[in-house]
Design a protein around this ligand. Structure first.
Ligand code: ADP
Length: 416
């Protein structure tokens, strides 16, 4: 009995000891692994200064050393990237200024020639001069656009804020564009809700609105209708320009805000566009923390939307508009899928990319499939759809509904 008792005690002691040793060993593993996990997360957030500090004298310490070396290499690359970014902005700004300088006297001399200030011209010479002047104008427009883009990228875009009646802005734009619309017998209709006077730069809003209405007219058929609307939302005013024109494919809807993008075979060449207009609009709107996006169906017309916050943003930040939209969108979509589906999200993202299905419509359908196959529960699928919309610049639909529930009435006003 006694022997049995001591044997039992010894067994218990050994078991407790083993447990304690096991606990200590496992702690010596988990602590450094947790630390490594934490620093990797920091690195993912873009903090390249983070370093792991593991001194366990084993493979984990070696791993931490390798991590630190990679983080150091990444921080050097980031520094170089920032320097390159700065050099690019400066180059863009200097070259656009330098290119603009000779254009003014060039145009003046050409106009004097055209007005026969230096002697009579033959018909052929007049025709030739006309072509040269037209192209000088075009060159001037491209350079002006480049200057504007360089200002957006360097946060040097000027905003002069004034308490503004937005309805007047819309009326003014429509009056300004009416002549151009009449050339195609297009009717511009204003649907405006009651808006508070807010502090904005009226010229910048006019600039964006004019650009959108100009595009709408360009890509609309004869005798059609263009509707310009404003609507008060929770913390912003939403403008929209709806046309009955050519419309845009899902793929083109993403690319339309990229610089120099023009839809293949569109009427842009005929009207001499530069493909920079919407890029500039995006820069102006995003510099004010607003959003700009498009909803469209090929052959059924497009609606371009943009929002302007009710409270102005005085601190203008640089907006990367050159060659970044698509990569930005893809990065956000990948993160969103990983967030919803875990590591499988990355695999799914690559598959969708290969199938050219990284556009809003296909992604929303994909979210529905995930819900139907019970991979995502209904609220999660809904959230995914909402986030996809927001990545493509849409406003939060929930906010919109909340606003409707609050019952803000739309005072309709129609202009013939
Ligand atoms: P552009 O000076 O060429 O008009 P934008 O940046 O304003 O440059 O527009 C880029 C391209 O987007 C246009 O060339 C056209 O192909 C397409 N686009 C813009 N607005 C519309 C619209 N309302 N309907 C159809 N396509 C449009």
């Amino acid at each position: 009995m006694l022997l049995d008792g001591s044997a039992l005690l010894i067994i218990i002691l050994i078991a407790v000891n083993t447990m304690l040793i096991g606990l200590m060993v496992s702690r010596s593993f988990t602590k450094p692994i947790q630390e490594l996990h934490k620093v990797t997360q920091e690195l993912e957030k873009g903090n390249f200064k983070v370093r792991a500090n593991i001194k366990t004298n084993d493979e984990l310490a070696q791993l931490s050393d390798a991590f630190n070396k990679s983080a150091l290499a990444l921080s050097k690359m980031e520094e170089e990237r920032l320097q390159l970014e700065k050099a690019k902005s400066e180059f863009l700004s200097i070259t656009s200024h330098e290119l603009r300088t000779p254009i003014t006297p060039l145009k003046a001399q050409l106009q004097m020639l055209q007005q026969e200030y230096f002697g009579k011209l033959t018909e052929k010479q007049k025709e030739s001069l006309e072509v040269i002047l037209r192209n000088t104008e075009r060159l001037n427009k491209i350079i002006e656009d480049f200057l504007e883009i360089s200002r957006i990228e360097a946060a040097r875009l000027k905003f002069t804020f004034r308490i503004t009646n937005l309805e007047e802005i819309v009326n003014e734009t429509v009056r300004f564009m009416d002549g151009f619309a009449k050339e195609k017998n297009i009717i511009l209709v204003i649907t405006a809700s009651e808006l508070p006077a807010i502090e904005v730069d009226p010229d910048r809003i006019c600039q964006v609105l004019r650009n959108l209405v100009h595009n709408a007219i360009k890509f609309s058929p004869q005798d059609s209708l263009i509707e310009i609307s404003t609507e008060l939302k929770k913390d912003c005013v939403r403008f929209s320009v709806k046309d009955q024109g050519t419309g845009l494919s899902a793929e083109d809807q993403i690319r339309v805000f990229e610089p120099f993008f023009q839809v293949e075979g569109s009427l842009s060449r005929k009207y001499g566009g530069t493909g920079l207009g919407l890029t500039i609009c995006r820069g102006i709107i995003e510099a004010q923390k607003g959003k700009i996006w498009v909803e469209s169906m090929p052959g059924r017309g497009s609606t371009f939307y943009f929002t302007v916050p009710l409270a102005p943003v005085y601190e203008i930040e640089p907006i990367k508009v050159l060659f970044s939209t698509r990569t930005d969108i893809e990065k956000k979509l990948r993160d969103e899928l990983i967030n919803m589906l875990g590591p499988m999200g990355d695999v799914e993202f690559n598959e969708l990319k290969n199938k050219h299905a990284l556009n809003k419509e296909d992604l929303v359908k994909y979210a529905t499939v995930l819900e139907n196959q019970h991979i995502l529960r209904h609220p999660n699928a809904d959230e995914l759809k909402r986030n996809i919309g927001m990545i493509f610049g849409e406003e939060n639909r929930k906010e919109e509904n909340e606003k409707t529930d609050e019952g803000i009435g739309g005072v309709k006003k129609v202009k013939e």
